[in-house]
Design a protein around this ligand. Structure first.
Ligand SMILES: [Zn+2]
Ligand SMILES: [Zn+2]
Length: 214
């Protein structure tokens, strides 16, 4: 069997693993794999301007990004079938999806305790993948407080990883509200994000910037 044919089978196998382990059956993924073949489907999904596979965020939420197509193509021997550009796209999407999970809005009743960030419920405004994507597209993936950039510090393995902070405290939001990615969200690094919310507060970006000078 060719490597491409093996990849096709593997892509169907991950569909089944995801369904069994998470209850999420990605039918459109399966249809596409069957229609154009796994190899071609993967190439299409990894075009820079195409959308990540729809289940990626679901897998990030349950900490099983290892079951994603993006993680699959990064593993041997499959990675040899893809270009550097495609592998970079896969890595970046995994990083962006992983940063949702860690990107927390802490409401005023919850304390941000070091190390507990992952257990805090994520605010739905910061979870909205489209809003996040547009925020990062507009402001870039560097922290808007200290300028930290994961790719610059850690290289391609961390490209695109950043928290997104929602400026309005949850307590001030009433009724129907639609997040505006440009006015309501800012990219912040996890350290600055922690300081914004330290003590259960929602400090302004400007206030935290003034702390930095100390
Ligand atoms: Zn920062
Ligand atoms: Zn926040």
């Amino acid at each position: 069997m060719t490597l491409e044919a093996e990849l096709h089978n593997e892509m169907i196998a991950i569909y089944e693993s995801v369904g069994r382990e998470t209850g999420y059956w990605a039918r459109r993924y399966l249809q596409r794999v069957r229609r154009v073949g796994g190899f071609q489907a993967a190439k299409d999904w990894l075009k820079p301007n195409s959308n990540p596979t729809s289940g990626l965020q679901k897998l990030a939420d349950i900490n099983r990004l290892d079951l994603s197509l993006e993680a699959l193509v990064l593993r041997q021997p499959w990675s040899s079938l893809f270009t550097n550009e495609e592998l970079k796209t896969a890595q970046k999407r995994i990083n962006v999806a992983a940063s949702f999970r860690l990107s927390e809005e802490v409401d005023s009743n919850q304390k941000l305790v070091e190390g507990s960030v992952c257990q805090v419920t994520i605010n739905s405004y910061e979870r909205n993948p489209e809003a996040r994507r547009r925020c990062i597209e507009h402001y870039g993936a560097s922290c808007c407080i200290c300028g930290f950039n994961f790719e610059k510090k850690f290289g391609a393995v961390a490209e695109g990883f950043i928290h997104v902070h929602h400026l309005k405290p949850l307590s001030e939001i009433q009724g129907e509200y639609e997040v505006d990615p440009i006015t309501d969200l800012r990219p912040v690094c996890p350290n600055c994000h922690a300081v914004i919310h330290l003590g259960g507060k929602t400090r302004s970006i400007e206030e935290v910037k003034t702390f930095l000078q100390h």
